[in-house]
Design a protein around this ligand. Structure first.
Ligand code: GLN
Length: 504
């Protein structure tokens, strides 16, 4: 436990990166400290599905060699992430490490290759601590849909951490990792970041390769970072972004080096901030509205100019998302047939009799998928079936274009949009578990960005009277990451919300 007492886990990513570079700590020591921290804290939080101590120490030894080579001049540059321990959401493949996606159907699946984002992190010298809990196939907003267990919010363990990247958000908030990867299809990075008081970025669609991300809804999914500061999240994003020959949707655009650029820039003169009137709805927690409006005032005090904007089709985002995402999911999840991956249940002799094969599909999928996943497969299959396709799926695609048009129009008037991330702070475990529609409402303010393909960030902007964190969302146009990161970094620099630790 000596390692846990070192207090290393309380440092930010940028701080430990400096310690590693200066030789004040080795990556092996740092990794041992974090593994001890996980052992001490995770039984109460349950952020990790799989912890990978051997792999982590392997990575750490490799990183220490990299640092030694850099110090004696054999290599010229050292990536700032070299030797830094991170956590990875369990929908992102790491070669040889179980990737369950929070599902029974993939319980024993060990991928034979790593996602492109993992290859990039490993090339930088990152240490992978393990795989974090998620709602099954990233479908949910609380991690309660995980087939294994629910992750607890480090600020109050009777509450959810949000989802679906709740394991990653809780791991970062509870100081079990200096940063993490999540995935965001409709809010799954930003909403848990908000509920756990950390920073989360949903990159523009096409900013980051999806190769090796287990697909939920391919036209909406993006991998992105979670960390304790804007700069730390920007650094991870800069490392994983960029073109990938294995994913033709990953754009050939360099990500600006936001990490080194924004540290001390707090001048927002000339910046136009739009506050969408449709994002302050009846039934939302008044403390959330107050905190967000106060955050806008802080930006004004830094020289920004705030004005109300309208995104008139906002009310359709939820129904549109819940047609398009399940439609794509129903197609993507067809591959779990008991033959190619993971679980296989029953059916006699494969393909010997047709009935045997059908039984095997039915049994495997019946046992392997949880209730929410089955609900989505049914909705999606229905929306895509002949006779209903035009009325539901095609109609939803048309309205999606109108939602994108709202943002195009708004970004002619303003540079960034500031709004809440989610209507309430962390809710109690079990509170919404039996009410899918209420659960879906957690993402009303995050889904539109995915439908429009634009970027968004969630960062801490206050606490409610129960001491639970509140998040601020900043949205920018497609490939406008530099802009929202600059504003977020300025806001963070003059407020102290991100420095307060949870009680664990
Ligand atoms: N909560 C939303 C859903 O259940 C979004 C999930 C996500 O972004 N992966 O679909």
């Amino acid at each position: 436990m000596a390692a846990n007492e070192s207090g290393l886990h309380n440092r930010t990513l940028r701080q430990v990166s400096g310690l590693l570079r200066d030789g004040q700590v080795s990556s092996v020591e740092l990794t041992e400290a974090m593994l001890a921290r996980i052992e001490a804290v995770d039984p109460a939080i349950r952020a990790f599905i799989t912890v990978t101590p051997d792999l982590a120490l392997d990575h750490a030894r490799r990183a220490d060699e990299m640092i030694a080579h850099w110090r004696n001049g054999t290599i010229d540059t050292l990536h700032p992430l070299a030797g830094v321990p991170l956590a990875i959401k369990d929908v992102i493949l790491v070669e040889g490490v179980p990737a369950t996606c929070g599902s029974r159907i993939l319980e024993n699946f060990r991928p034979p290759f790593s996602a492109t984002v993992i290859e990039k992190l490993l090339a930088a010298g990152v240490v992978i601590l393990g795989k974090t809990n998620t709602d099954e196939f990233a479908m949910g907003s609380s991690t309660e849909n995980s087939a294994f267990f629910t992750t607890r919010n480090p600020w109050d363990t009777t509450r959810v951490p949000g989802g679906s990247s709740g394991g990653s958000a809780a791991a970062v908030a509870a100081r079990m990792a200096f940063g993490a990867l999540g995935s965001d299809t409709g809010g799954s990075i930003r909403q848990p970041a908000s509920l756990c008081g950390v920073v989360g970025i949903k990159p523009s669609y096409g900013r980051v390769s999806r190769y090796g991300l287990v697909a939920f809804a391919s036209s909406l999914d993006q991998i992105g970072p979670l960390a304790r500061t804007v700069g730390d999240a920007a650094l991870i994003l800069g490392t994983i972004a960029g073109h990938d020959p294995k994913d033709s949707t990953a754009m050939r655009l360099a990500m600006p080096d936001c990490y080194h650029r924004f540290e001390y820039a707090t001048d927002l003169k000339g910046l136009r901030v739009g506050v969408p009137k449709e994002y302050f709805i009846e039934g939302m927690q008044s403390e959330v509205e107050t905190a967000v409006r106060d955050a806008v005032k802080v930006m004004e005090s830094l020289g920004a100019e705030a004005r109300e904007v309208s995104l008139p089709h906002t009310e359709y985002a939820l129904p549109v998302y819940y047609l398009i995402a399940p439609a794509e999911a129903s197609a993507n999840l067809a591959r779990y047939d008991g033959v190619r991956y993971g679980l296989r249940v029953g059916g006699e002799g494969l393909g010997v009799r047709d009935e045997g094969l059908w039984d095997e599909y039915r049994n495997t999928r019946g046992v392997g998928f949880g209730a929410e996943v089955k609900r989505r497969i049914m909705i999606g299959t229905y929306a895509l079936s002949s006779g209903y396709y035009d009325a539901y799926y095609l109609r939803a695609q048309k309205v999606r274009t109108l939602i994108k048009g709202d943002f195009d129009a708004a970004f002619k008037e303003v540079d960034v949009i500031a709004c809440p991330v989610t209507p309430t702070t962390a809710f109690k475990i079990g509170e919404k578990a039996d009410n899918p529609l209420e659960m879906y409402l957690s993402d009303v303010f995050t889904l539109p960005a995915n439908l429009a393909g634009i970027c968004g960030i969630s960062l801490p902007c206050g606490f409610d009277t129960a001491g639970l964190p509140i998040g601020l969302q900043l949205m920018g146009p497609a490939f406008g990451e530099e802009r929202i990161l600059k504003v977020a970094a300025a806001y963070e620099a003059v407020t102290g919300w991100h420095t307060r630790p949870p009680g664990v």
